[in-house]
Structures are given as structure tokens and as C-alpha cells.
Design a protein around this ligand. Structure first.
Ligand code: ADP
Length: 425
């Protein structure tokens, strides 16, 4: 064999392992480098990466077929001059022409012939090109575009079905959360009722220290369970659009003070500085005060959890005018001023690709089997509903919530900034 073809790269796109092995053996023995792709999409990717000297294309490959892959490959500028040779076992009338119309430069019929293949490859590398007579081109072009439209229709139908199935699964998941939350609430209420009786000051029960300790353990467990059930119920309401809001003009200062009072003991325990600006200069916001307290509590509690001991969590706010770009970009119903509350921490931060997803149900960045279930321990996590609820509540107020962070780094701690936009009264 001539030396010029010794180091030539041949990419073989083929789903059948036995065929790949055979072609590899034959061509490697002739001094070619053979690269393999088992489907069209990875083949297209590989072709762009390695820029082979020749591509052998199996036509009947599942998914995107060989014709379509060839048309795609030929549409990529960097690949336009690479000969693509169709390989097919199907010998129906017009197959060869269809391959040429799709962009192939030649056609090799399977079964692969050990003796002939090296010569065929060499010919195409040497410049051989098969062509379709001009007079037949129109007919085959029409046939090819008809085939493409049929395939497109088939794929859209498949996608629509798959989408419907996904939606169904999602509905089932929502239903499960709703049923589980309701079913858990009743026995929980009973347990809480009995605990209340046992712990009442005027109860006649004899409770020694040991028993008191056990009861306090039960109370803590029940509280935690109760919080989870309440979160599940909130998510159910948010998804069903039945979250009831009692909107009144409220002072941001008062709302954040409640949150600070609630969260300060936890921050203190972690030697963190939890601070808040004064908001006297800001107008009142039109909100359900308790629900917004819940939002800020979730955000501050995350700040505490994802910031190392000794870090800081700070709340600030400013007025955003209705014609501000920030609002114009988001709202259709305009001309209303907003207050933007920012909760900033000096914690581990959040990777850019996670910044949208953390607002989804049950989404946690870290492997949930590894985390402790504490509300405030460093990196301790809940069940991944806190931000989903926060977003649901904020959006029910016609507001927005989003996060900014340079990325997640446990050592450098770039921090996170959660922004909440709330309408003014
Ligand atoms: P969870 O109740 O599990 O904390 P959330 O919905 O509140 O769930 O948060 C989802 C995930 O987002 C968390 O598990 C965490 O990975 C990430 N996250 C939320 N807040 C912060 C923050 N301030 N800093 C870093 N990561 C955060």
C-alpha cells in the first residue's frame, strides 16, 4: 500500500459492533487510524473534533439515520470536503441515489468484502466521487425532502407522547405529595394533642427527669415532622394555585425583625454575624406578612446553613422604580414600584448551573444521602422544598426571586446573594 494513506483517519459511524470490529481490523491492517461512533449524534460530534479524512456512514442506524447524519455533516463548513461513503445492506431501487442526494460521495454495499474494502476506501481518498445524473436529481430531491418531513412528523408525535407521559408522572408525584401530607397530618395532630396534655403544667402525670428528656426528644421529632408536612402542604397549594394570601401594607422593617429574632439564636450558635439595614426610608410593601416572613426565614436559614462558622449573613433592601430595566425585563403589568430585598451570605456559594434548579422541588446540590438533617448545622439540609416554597410565595405576590453567586467553593466561600422583588403598597 502507498505510504501517503498510512496515517489517514477514517471515522466509521455504525451501530453494529461486529461490523465495526471487522472494518477496524481490515483498515488498521492497511495502516489507517480507525475511529468509531455507535450513533449519528456522537459521530457528528466526533467528526468535528477529529476532522477525519473519510467517513464511512452506516445508513440504517437507529435514531438519526445515515442519510440525515450525512446531510448534517455536509452542512458543517469544516467538514464539507470530507468524503462520506454510505454503507448499506439494503439493496432497494433508488437507495444509492437517495444516499447521493443526502450528500454522500459514494456507496459501498454490505456485506463488507475484506478484499475489496481497502481498495474502495483508497479510491475515495484519491478523489473518486459518484454522482447522480442531473435529470434524476429533481425526483430524488423531492422524495428525500418528503422522507425528511415524514420522519419529522414521526419524531414530533413521539416527543409529544413522551412529554405527555412526563406530565402524567409529574401529576402523580404532586398527587402523592398531597395525599402523603394530608394523611400524615391527622395522626400528627393526635400526637401533638397528647403531648400537650402530658406537658401541661396542671397535668397529674408523674414525670421524672429521664421521662422528661424522652418527651422532649419526642416533641422535637414531632416538630420536625410537622415542619416537613407543612412544607409539603405548601408545595401542594402552590402547585394547585390555591395559596391564600392576606395582602396588607406592611413594614419591611417589622417583617425582617421577626425573622432576625427567630434566626439570631441559630446564627449565634455558629458565631455568625446576622445583620440587617434599616428600612425606614422605604415604602410599605403589599404582602402577606406571615408568608413573607416564611420566605425570609427560609433564605436566612439557608444562609446560616451554607456559611461556615464565624461568617456573615446580611439583609439589605432598596427601592426599584417601575420603569427600571430590571422590572421592564420581567413584568408585563408595569408601572408599579418594587422593593428589592437582598439576603447576602459569605457562604460556600452556588454553581451557575444550579442557580435555576435549586428552586425546583426536592432539588439539592449535594448528594442528599450525605447530609445531616439539621436546620442550621453547616451544610445540613432539609428536603429541598425551602426555595420552591419561597419562589411560589414570592411569585404569588407578583414578585420575583433569583440568586447570584460566582460559584460553589467550600474553601474560598464566594457567597450567595438572594434577591426578592416585592410590590410596594
Ligand atoms: P433545603 O431545605 O434542602 O435546604 P432549599 O430548597 O432551601 O432546600 O435549598 C436547595 C439547595 O440549594 C440546598 O440544598 C443547597 O444546596 C442550595 N442552597 C440554598 N441556599 C443556599 C445558600 N445560601 N448557599 C449555598 N447553597 C444554597
Amino acid at each position: 500500500m502507498e505510504t501517503h494513506s498510512r496515517k489517514k483517519k477514517v471515522l466509521y459511524i455504525e451501530d453494529n459492533v461486529a461490523n465495526r470490529l471487522l472494518v477496524r481490523r481490515i483498515l488498521e491492517a492497511e495502516g489507517y487510524t480507525v475511529l468509531e461512533a455507535e450513533d449519528s449524534l456522537s459521530g457528528i460530534r466526533m467528526a468535528q473534533e477529529v476532522l477525519p479524512d473519510l467517513i464511512l456512514m452506516d445508513i440504517n442506524i437507529p435514531g438519526m439515520d445515515g442519510y440525515e447524519a450525512t446531510t448534517k455533516l455536509k452542512s458543517i463548513e469544516a467538514l464539507q470536503d470530507i468524503p462520506i461513503i454510505a454503507m448499506t445492506a439494503k439493496v432497494m431501487e433508488g437507495d444509492r441515489e437517495m444516499a447521493l442526494i443526502a450528500g454522500c460521495d459514494g456507496y459501498i454495499q454490505k456485506p463488507i468484502e475484506v478484499d475489496r474494502l481497502p481498495r474502495q476506501v483508497e479510491e475515495f481518498l484519491g478523489g473518486k466521487r459518484e454522482e447522480i445524473p442531473l435529470s434524476e436529481e429533481r425526483v430524488y430531491l423531492r422524495e428525500y425532502s418528503q422522507k425528511l418531513v415524514d420522519r419529522l412528523e414521526e419524531k414530533i408525535a413521539e416527543l409529544t407522547r413522551a412529554n405527555e407521559e412526563l406530565r402524567n408522572t409529574d401529576r402523580l408525584k404532586s398527587k402523592f405529595i398531597a395525599i402523603a401530607a394530608h394523611e400524615l397530618r391527622t395522626p400528627l395532630t393526635v400526637i401533638q394533642g397528647y403531648l400537650g396534655i402530658i406537658q401541661a403544667k396542671d397535668s397529674s402525670f408523674q414525670i421524672d427527669d429521664k421521662l422528661a428528656e424522652m418527651i422532649s426528644g419526642i416533641v422535637k421529632g414531632v416538630e420536625r415532622l410537622n415542619n416537613i408536612v407543612m412544607d409539603m402542604l405548601d408545595v401542594t397549594r402552590i402547585e394547585a394555585g390555591t395559596l391564600q394570601l392576606r395582602l396588607t401594607p406592611a413594614s419591611l422593617g417589622e417583617i425582617t425583625q421577626v425573622v432576625i429574632d427567630r434566626m439570631k439564636p441559630f446564627a449565634d450558635k455558629r458565631q455568625q454575624h446576622l445583620t440587617v439595614d434599616t428600612f425606614e426610608h422605604l415604602p410599605r410593601v403589599l404582602v402577606d406578612g406571615e408568608r413573607i416572613q416564611q420566605v425570609f426565614t427560609n433564605l436566612v436559614s439557608n444562609g446560616v446553613k451554607f456559611t461556615p462558622d464565624g461568617g456573615r449573613i446580611h439583609i439589605e433592601a432598596r427601592l426599584v422604580k417601575g420603569d427600571d430595566q430590571k422590572i421592564l425585563g420581567r413584568s408585563r403589568t408595569m408601572q408599579r414600584d418594587f422593593v428589592e430585598v437582598i439576603i447576602e451570605d459569605s457562604g460556600i456559594g452556588i454553581d451557575v448551573e444550579d442557580q435555576q434548579r435549586i428552586f425546583e422541588r426536592f432539588y439539592e446540590v449535594k448528594d442528599s444521602s450525605l447530609h445531616s438533617t439539621s436546620k442550621v448545622d453547616f451544610m445540613g439540609s432539609g428536603i429541598g422544598l425551602g426555595l420552591t416554597i419561597a419562589r411560589g410565595i414570592v411569585e404569588a405576590h407578583n414578585g420575583w426571586i433569583w440568586v447570584e453567586s460566582e460559584g460553589c467553593d467550600i474553601h474560598k466561600c464566594p457567597g450567595s446573594r438572594f434577591h426578592v422583588l416585592l410590590p410596594t403598597a
